[in-house]
Design a protein around this ligand. Structure first.
Ligand SMILES: [Zn+2]
Length: 147
């Protein structure tokens, strides 16, 4: 569990064989949601970057989409098919309209298995245009909004 998670959002109801099943309260919709921690991963919630509060998956996607408005920089994950930019849990932020293979910036590491580097053009859920760069599907990419 993240140390910054508010305690009232964490009510453990079972512990067996390293599996924790608990409920958390989403700070956005105020509903309680089930989650589980198998020791390797915790499912079904997102933690808000700014304050560490728990959000349910639908609310976290709504917040990340909303945050695209009024900012000039954003990060997202390139979907496996290379067609979308998503949040960590797969909520769609942008549709990729073009991707171009390019030379990595000097000193920038690419992945060993697939040492490619791309420039992406994308349109977000609000119709704003972005340009980004990153190593490709499954990997985080950094975007800046086009004027
Ligand atoms: Zn919620």
């Amino acid at each position: 569990m993240p140390m910054s998670a508010p305690l009232e959002n964490y009510s453990q109801v079972n512990r067996a064989e390293g599996l924790q099943v608990f409920t958390f309260r989403c700070v956005s919709c105020s509903r309680y949601h089930p989650s589980r921690n198998d020791g390797n991963s915790v499912s079904n919630y997102a933690v808000r970057q700014s304050d560490g509060c728990f959000l349910c998956r639908p609310c976290s996607v709504v917040e990340e989409q909303r945050d695209l408005q009024g900012t000039s920089r954003a990060v997202g994950y390139i979907s496996q098919d290379g067609k979308r930019v998503t949040t960590f849990i797969g909520g769609v932020l942008m549709i990729i309209t073009e991707s171009h293979l390019r030379r990595p910036p000097f000193g920038r590491r690419t992945t060993w298995a697939d040492p490619k580097y791309y420039t992406f053009h994308a349109t977000d859920v609000w119709g704003q245009r972005w340009v980004g760069q990153g190593c490709g599907p499954g990997v985080i990419a950094h975007f800046r909004r086009m004027k």
